[in-house]
Design a protein around this ligand. Structure first.
Ligand code: ATP
Ligand code: MG
Length: 279
């Protein structure tokens, strides 16, 4: 059993986000502890990417609070999130194909010796980082274009770790990968947890979720629809929460009250979900 600290490293309290006419998130709560992997799941358009972008400072929240180690914080720009210790690996990876692994790992945070790049120090640090994560790459001096999809994904994740973040967010890290490569990425996720990082894993793949996540937070139509302990929840229960087959009492009540007016999204003290709620 993994030891999980009492105060969440990151918590969202009653977070709402609107894009024009689209209410992408409504009163969403989420907690994540050091040494824990929380999977964020939900149908297309459920609000997963939007939620991640509020945490990473791409889309500032309209309402609610982002709480970091027990203190409310302002996350208005990506730099704010980075300063706190949040690193996000987006699905498109954004690696530079023509640059080698070392250059990609230190892109934007290059080590310098006076005015010149300290290639030797960067290569040493790159090897150490890959070693501690047990990442096997043929050479750190080959262009990432020459790597397999799985190797590229682990390089992208390793790159997020250069600044030693407390929270690592992975958006669909295995979506484009085969069985073997997926296993490699999931192994890496486990090592991140062992090293005490808090990991938020967005995935459509229930097998991946059940393999590595400790808890699963379900979003449905931009709202919480249950948080489940993976160890004692079936695949079917999670799918039912995603599709709405188990809309719970709190969700239904919220849907009813929001039909009656638009002043109903405040508060949030009753918006904590457990498996019991979702039954
Ligand atoms: N920048 C934006 N401008 C306008 N609407 C947006 C924007 N980003 C997201 N949305 C809308 O917000 C809602 C939630 O989208 P989001 O991308 O967060 O869903 P998702 O759960 O990540 O879905 P998927 O599984 O398809 O990636 C959708 O209705 C989407 O159209
Ligand atoms: Mg998305």
């Amino acid at each position: 059993m993994i030891h999980v600290s009492a105060t969440p490293v990151l918590a969202l309290r009653g977070v709402s986000k609107r894009f024009g006419a689209v209410q992408a998130l409504t009163n969403v709560d989420l907690e994540i502890h050091a040494g824990e992997v929380v999977a964020l799941v939900g149908d297309n358009g459920a609000g997963k990417s939007t939620l991640v972008k509020t945490i990473s400072g791409v889309h500032p929240i309209d309402d609610g609070a982002i709480v970091w180690q027990g203190r409310p914080v302002r996350v208005h720009r990506p730099q704010d999130a980075q300063n706190l210790g949040v690193a996000t690996v987006y699905q498109d990876l954004a690696l530079c194909d023509n640059l080698d692994v070392v250059a990609n790992l230190f892109l934007g945070s290059e080590l310098k010796h006076g005015p010149v790049l300290d290639e030797i120090a960067m290569e040493k640090r790159a090897k150490e980082l890959l070693d501690t994560l047990s990442i096997r790459i043929p050479s750190v001096r080959i262009p990432v274009a020459a790597l397999s999809g799985g190797q590229r994904q682990v390089v992208a994740i390793a790159r997020a770790l250069v600044g030693d973040p407390k929270v690592v967010i992975l958006d669909e890290p295995t979506a484009a990968l085969g069985v073997e490569q997926t296993a490699q990425v999931l192994d890496l996720v486990e090592r991140l947890r062992e090293r005490g990082h808090a990991v938020i894993l967005i995935s459509h793949n229930m097998a991946d979720v059940q393999a590595v996540a400790d808890r699963v937070a379900v979003l449905r139509l931009g709202r919480n629809n249950g948080v489940f302990d993976v160890a004692d929840t079936s695949h079917e229960e999670i799918i039912a929460a995603i599709t709405g087959a188990t809309d719970n009492a709190v969700t239904r009540r919220k849907a009813r009250t929001s039909n009656g007016g638009d002043q109903t999204e405040v508060g949030g003290t009753d918006s904590k979900f457990t498996k019991e709620d979702a039954k």
